[in-house]
Design a protein around this ligand. Sequence first.
Ligand SMILES: [Zn+2]
Length: 270
Amino acid sequence: MLPLVTAVAEFFVVIAVSLAAVLLNTIDARGFLASATVGFAVVYGGGFQWFVIVAVFFILGVAFTLYKYGYKRKLGGAQGKGGARNWPHILANGGVASMAAVWNFFFPGPVVTAVFLGAISAAAADTAATELGLLSHGMPRLITNPSKTVPPGTSGGVSPLGFVGAAFASLVIGALAIPLGILADPYLLIPVALVGGVFGAVVDSLIGAVVQRKGYCVVCLKPTEALKHCGERTRATKGSPFVENNAVNVLATVAGAAASTALLLAVYAV
Ligand SMILES: [Zn+2]
């Protein structure tokens, strides 16, 4: 196809996928803008193969969120609005991958591909770990102090099921990347995705346990990690006031990108 025809076709694919996400109630209007921005950066910077990976990450996230949604809702750990993601959440999960795509536009190569794959795997792994972890039968344990159990949904809480979810989601991303051929060495894709995903999820839990803002609602007095509850700003009691869930997600995708890149460089160095 002519480059212009391809570019126009890709434009409409990004719009169509983002619009489908709105119609399926998984994102709102601002989420549409955020999702289209990430989509354009990825499709024009990384290519259609990269976009397919981001789209599958998004579908995986929705699937994990809606899986036993009613049960998670009762636990109080479910994402609000039928699992709909808002724009800061989309940018927090897709920001590092988008920047990698912009970088790839100017300087393509295996290193930036590993950065992208690690960031997406970490985002996918963290979503899967959080959503599957909520279904765990035993109480999650604090990653910094495993003898202590915490309520499901608490940042920094980990469970075997959550770990399986993290590994599974990054495996899916790595396996999907093989037929898409985003690296000249396809045998590296699964290990690179797996390392980035699992490391990102672990870093997410560590930051969640140690630095993340925790507090309580001034209206209903329930403990919460959200900035707002019952329509009022919550009061912080622990952690850094600036590090809420989206900031943790950004740091986790950076960690995943770094781990994947380190593995790729280590293999190339041998
Ligand atoms: Zn409240």
